[in-house]
Ligand binder design. Structure first.
Ligand SMILES: [Zn+2]
Length: 426
């Protein structure tokens, strides 16, 4: 039976996929440094007979109403696009992953070096192993196993997009879509613990900069320490978070897609910085914040809400009332998205998961976002995410469960056969 042969091939090729994953994790592809990992992937795609294109993100993406605010120039930074056309006449499909990872500069709680992948108790530990290089390993494992066992299985066009900057703006996937790399459906290989991820909330990034007057600490009476503005700003942000989640709990402006999440709209202060010396008064202080928000607010409305709150609390201070902080958008301007679960891509994936694992997968939404929002909101392409099991994404000792990469590939292989009409496995 086809599925059995494919499963055997997946098992036999798993070590190859884990090796690929280790090579990807060993490339520290934080934002701005994606090229090394992208080249590892490009080589793998070529070995799978994809036509590979390197798509540099145009700086003009900044003018796109759906784009995030990028703070890194795009010269030399590109998506890797693989294309495998087919004359089979079946539906087309796009597989998407993001190669960028969040930084791991705070090493104090890591038990190994983040960019030196290490296997431990069936998990592969390293920054990006979970989010989301393990997804690349699973997707390519499924493709290689199908190529080895079911000749001619791909009866429609297949596109693979390895995007950059998903973790800050989404502009990599947006640029690929604007360049025409689309399909009848998109499957994102984000880590979902083998659940089907249907939707994500809206969120923005905001940067607040406070300016004081620098000086020596012994002359602090003549200086103004901008740090003194931060505590009131933190309180203002906290009350925005409380307000948005209280509204959600009361069912006001109800968004049924997220009703199962008790506290979806987190406001996270991710970066705070001021000064360089304990005995000096710093000239500036800044913080960067991620603000999850409901769909009733457009990105600009959510930004106005944050900016007004910051200016309101700081205006009570005699210095800041004359020297108000600068508040700006500094990354995501992500719209809420939700995939209708009746779509074919959901049905076919659920069936594939059930065939591989004996039970229907959970269908979930999250209090964050993925690049699926662009396929759904900007391009009208049905899109879901499905991927391996992970722990501590964005945290210390981030890891992916190796067995779940195999489990994921078993679902994906069945999904691909069914999607392209090559054969359904029951
Ligand atoms: Zn991710």
């Amino acid at each position: 039976m086809t599925a059995d042969r494919v499963d055997v091939a997946i098992g036999a090729l798993a070590e190859h996929a884990f090796g690929l994953l280790e090579r990807l994790v060993a490339e520290p592809s934080t934002i701005g440094q994606e090229a090394g990992a992208q080249e590892v992937l490009a080589e793998e795609l070529q070995s799978l007979r994809f036509d590979v294109t390197r798509l540099e993100i145009p700086e003009s993406i900044a003018e796109d109403p759906a784009a995030g605010v990028s703070r890194n120039p795009y010269a030399g930074r590109y998506d890797v696009i693989g294309r495998r056309p087919s004359a089979g006449g079946g539906p087309s499909l796009l597989l998407n992953g993001h190669m960028d990872v969040v930084p791991a500069e705070d090493l104090s709680q890591w038990t190994s070096r983040p960019f030196e992948p290490i296997r431990r108790d069936g998990w592969l530990v390293g920054r990006g192993a979970g989010d989301m290089k393990g997804g690349f390993a699973a997707g390519l494992l499924a493709l290689r196993a199908l190529d080895d066992t079911v000749p001619g299985w791909q009866r429609g066009d297949l596109t693979f997009v390895s995007a950059i900057e998903e973790e800050a703006t989404g502009n990599g996937t947006l640029a690929a879509g604007r360049a025409g790399y689309l399909a009848d459906a998109a499957l994102l290989l984000e880590p979902t613990d083998l659940d089907i991820l249907l939707g994500g909330i809206a969120l923005i990034w905001v940067r607040v900069e406070l300016t004081g007057r620098a000086g020596h600490a012994e002359a602090a009476l003549h200086s103004v320490n901008p740090v003194r503005g931060i505590s009131s700003i933190l309180q203002a942000l906290e009350s925005i978070e409380q307000q948005l989640n209280a509204e959600h709990a009361r069912g006001e402006f109800a968004d049924d897609a997220f009703s199962a999440i008790p506290h979806p709209y987190n406001v996270n202060v991710g970066k705070v910085h001021a000064g360089d010396w304990a005995s000096s008064v710093p000239s500036t202080a800044w913080l960067e914040v991620r603000v999850g928000h409901p769909r009733r607010l457009a990105s600009e409305d959510a930004f106005d809400l944050v900016r007004s709150a910051v200016l309101a609390v700081t205006s009570a201070d005699p210095w800041f009332s004359v020297h108000p902080p600068t508040v700006s958008m500094s990354g995501y301007r992500a719209q809420r998205y939700f995939q209708d679960p009746d779509a074919d891509v959901v049905t076919v994936l659920a069936r594939a998961h059930e065939s591989a694992h004996g039970n229907l997968p959970e269908q979930v939404t999250i209090g964050s976002t993925t690049d699926a929002r662009f396929y759904l909101n900007q391009f009208g392409v049905p899109a879901i995410a499905y991927g391996p099991r992970t722990r501590n994404m964005h945290g210390t000792d981030e890891a992916v469960e190796l067995a779940s990469i195999v489990d994921c590939a078993r679902t994906l292989a069945r999904f691909l056969l069914d999607w392209y009409g090559t054969g359904r496995t029951e």
